[in-house]
Write a protein that binds this ligand. Structure first.
Ligand code: NDP
Length: 520
């Protein structure tokens, strides 16, 4: 059995449009004008021209406009939710998470950015440089490119643009060809409030993403590992920095003594939120032997109650991409062929659009694709483990390292396990809380990414440092380590260095004749 490939395309180069379809029923939603490499270049040039004044505004001036944008988002939330639910085939609660977090990100950086971006005076660490005044200034990368995925289209594009805008960069976005409408609506909102023209978006497929990388000074990318590698290679050719947020195969570990009721409810939410299309969604569950039966029975009971539907009418939506249904079907079939059992779901839903039943698998093991590769759909495989050590070993047995969750008997036990997991975030007795806290860095280990978003680094990565140094004390017109290199000047310099760098008795010993030194 060979895995299917992503074959779906909605790019119509003849008509110069993207045809956008509703995943819920496959009907045509809207056409969006397709960008070309030439239009990407033109937009990039316009942004570069506007960026200089944006940087000169200073962080407080920029905060004013970003807060106006915040108000626009709040005033237009219902319309944004409607657009995202329709173009993504999602229940309304899912995009609601996006608009909520977008405002949270703005609020965090409104408070944090002025402090983080202010020039920092450094205390000299050594007597040798004690006479120097050192100040670190932060300057933005002028043009930042943000390429986002389709699963959280607003958050993974505009959410990443927010800290770059605070930093003083202009931002050129590229949304996924599957979900361009919501992102475009946000950019229109930015223009509607009369903000400086430092935020724009280009639409198209991967070729337009590649054209964008050729224009920008920093690339922020969210997507699959395979595309992330291509993006990193192209950025390396141009020697521009990248920040990559890539795929995951996140685990949920449930151990004896845990609150099984909460763990089961959380596993269902973590596995099926956004129809399993969450980078940090639970893709593997490891449950200790003595609570396994109770846990599985609770999970299956909950999953059978999930309603497939979109907008106001469902818990789990459609798959945003039709290609995703093929991948999910392949993972389930491969698992069953290797001995897995389906406790509920397991098939495409017999209706128009991209639908798959919420599915629970047991009797799974790590020879199965569903336990190794990203499924990104409504499938929850549950595996029985003997103890915490086995759960940790299996949890780490993956090329990914985004996040994990632990349910254990005590906080101490959970914290001990958290320290052993090879991931960028661990949620104890919960799911995704790290992502809802804008102050917490969010980044993956191993193949799940390079760098992180949110928190201090999530802003400072969009800046370059410039150190301005000067002498605090006026010296003579020549420094002792400058030319000419004479023996006398060398001796003075050497003595000063030895006095500062040698420690304890060694400092005294250095002055003694050579034959006496080792006595000290
Ligand atoms: P893809 O890697 O297919 O695409 C991501 C973006 O890159 C899209 O906008 C895509 O455009 C664009 N793109 C494709 N080819 C290129 C190229 N050669 N150069 C530049 N850009 C290109 O990912 P998906 O959209 O399928 O998103 C799902 C993936 O994203 C999953 O692996 C998921 O885990 C990951 N993800 C990671 C997150 C994290 O924070 N770590 C958060 C959310 C998702 P187009 O779609 O138009 O082809």
């Amino acid at each position: 059995m060979t895995p299917p490939t992503k074959a779906f395309s909605i790019v119509d180069t003849d008509a110069e449009v993207l045809h956008v379809y509703r995943p819920a029923d496959g009907t045509h939603l809207r056409d969006v004008k397709l960008d070309t490499p030439a239009s990407v270049t033109a937009r990039a040039q316009q942004l570069r021209a506007a960026q200089r004044d944006w940087e000169r505004l200073g962080v407080r001036g920029r905060t004013h406009w970003i807060n106006q944008f915040r108000q626009w988002i709040l005033d237009n939330t219902d319309r944004l939710l409607q657009i995202c639910a329709e173009e993504g085939g999602r229940p309304i609660n899912e995009p609601m998470l996006e608009t909520t977090l977008l405002v949270e990100v703005i609020d965090y950086y409104s408070k944090a950015a002025p402090k983080l971006l202010a020039p920092k005076r450094l205390r000299p660490h050594s007597l040798l440089v004690t006479g120097k005044k050192l100040v670190v200034h932060r300057h933005p990368h002028p043009l930042v490119g943000v390429i986002g995925a389709w699963n959280f289209p607003l958050l993974l594009t505009v959410g990443d643009a927010v800290p770059a805008l605070f930093a003083g960069s202009a931002v050129l976005l590229k949304s996924s060809e599957l979900t361009p409408i919501g992102v475009r609506a946000l950019v229109e909102g930015w223009n509607e409030i009369g903000a400086p023209p430092v935020l724009d978006v280009v639409d198209g497929d991967g070729a337009i993403g590649a054209a964008l990388i050729d224009e920008v000074d920093f690339i922020q990318f969210t997507g699959s590992v395979a595309t992330g590698r291509r993006v990193a290679r192209q950025a390396a050719d141009r020697l521009i920095p990248v920040s990559l947020e890539l795929g995951g195969k996140d685990s949920c570990v449930v151990l004896s003594g845990a609150n099984v009721s909460r763990a089961a409810r959380c596993a269902v939410y973590g596995g099926f939120a956004n129809n399993g299309q969450v980078c940090m969604g639970f893709e593997r569950v490891y449950v200790q032997d003595d609570i396994y039966e109770e846990f599985v029975s609770r999970v299956v009971d909950s999953v059978r109650r999930l309603r497939s539907g979109v907008g106001q009418h469902g818990d789990v939506g459609a798959l945003t991409s039709p290609a995703q249904v093929d991948i999910i079907e392949f993972h389930v079939a491969d698992a069953v062929a290797k001995g897995a059992s389906i406790l509920t779901g397991g098939r495409r839903l017999d209706r128009a659009g991209n639908w798959f039943e919420p599915t629970v698998l047991v009797d799974v093991d790590h020879t199965m694709t569903v336990m190794q590769e990203e499924t990104f759909g409504p499938v929850l495989p549950i595996m029985r483990v003997a103890d915490a050590d086995e759960a940790v070993r299996l949890s780490n047995d993956t090329e990914f390292g985004l996040s994990a969750s632990i349910f254990a008997a005590t906080t101490e036990q959970a914290e001990g396990i958290a320290a052993r997991l090879e991931v960028g975030a661990v949620n104890i007795n919960d799911f995704l809380i790290n992502m809802t806290c804008a102050e917490a860095p969010q980044g993956g280990w191993k193949q799940s990414g390079i760098g992180s978003r949110a928190g201090t680094y999530g802003l400072l990565k969009f800046t370059r440092t410039k150190v301005v140094s000067e002498n605090r004390i006026g010296f003579s017109d020549n420094e002792i380590n400058w030319f000419p290199y004479t023996a006398a000047r060398r001796k003075i310099f050497r003595t000063a260095v030895q006095l500062v760098q040698r420690r304890g008795l060694d400092r005294i010993g250095w002055f003694l004749p050579t034959n006496k030194r080792k006595e000290h």
